[in-house]
Design a protein around this ligand. Sequence first.
Ligand code: MF3
Ligand code: CO
Length: 250
Amino acid sequence: MIEIKTAAEIESMRRASRVVAEVLAQLKARVKPGATTAELDKFAEQRVRELGAVPAFLGYRGYPATLCVSINEEIVHGIPSPKRVVREGDIVSLDMGAVCEGFYGDAAVTVAAGEISAPAKRLMDVTRVSLERALSAVKAGARLGDVSHAVEKYAVENGMSVVREFTGHGIGRRLHEEPSIPNFGRPGTGPLLKAGMTLAIEPMLCLGKADVIVKNDGWTAVSADGSLSAHYEHTVAVTEDGCDILSSCG
Ligand code: MF3
Ligand code: CO
C-alpha cells in the first residue's frame, strides 16, 4: 500500500527535507581537495542537530554515519573515514537523510572537487537532468513506470548506464516505504500516482557498465568495471498537476 500523506505530514517532511537540502548546500563548499570524508560527516551531523533535526541514516540497519560519501567509482553508501581524502578531479556524491517531527527527508547531490574531466562533468549533468526528467513525469494520474522510464530514456539517449540494484522509494514516517522506484521501466505500467504520495527519486548512473559490487565493509557499492558514477536525489510530494519538491533549497 502506498500511503497518502496529509498536508500537515507533508509540511513535516518539508522541514526534514529542507534541513537536508541546506546541509548538502553547505557541504558542497567543503568538498575540496584535502578534505576527509569523516570531516564532511562530522560537519553534517553537527548542522543537522543544530537545525533541530535527527540524522536519518545513523544507526539505520547498522549504518555508522550521518552522511554517505561516494567518490568516483563508488555508487552509493560510501562510509565516511578519516583516512579517505578528497582529491582534485574527484566526483563526490553526498547522500543524507533527516527526521523532523517523526517524518523523513532524503536527498543527494554529486559535487566536483576542483577541476574534473569532461566525461565526469557530462556524467554529472546527465544524472542531474535525468532526475529533472523524472520529476517532470510525476503527477496524479501518471504511473510509476512513467517516472522510471523518464530516467532510463534520458540516461540511455546520452550514453550512460542505469544502476539496477538500487532504487528510489516511498518515504514518510519511515525512510523506506512503498513503492520501490527503479530507474528503468515501461511507461504506462506500475502503480497509479495520487496526490499526497511522497517519493524519494534517486537516479544512479555510470559512465561505463552499471554492474555493482558491494565492498567488504558491507556497504560501499562500486561499479564492477571501476567506471565513474553519479547520484542525485530529491524527496517530492505528488500533486494534482505535478510535484512539490520538498528537498529544494530555500
Ligand atoms: N538515499 C539512500 C536510500 O534512501 C541512502 C540510504 S543509506 C543508509 O536508500 F545508510 F541509510 F542505508
Ligand atoms: Co533515498
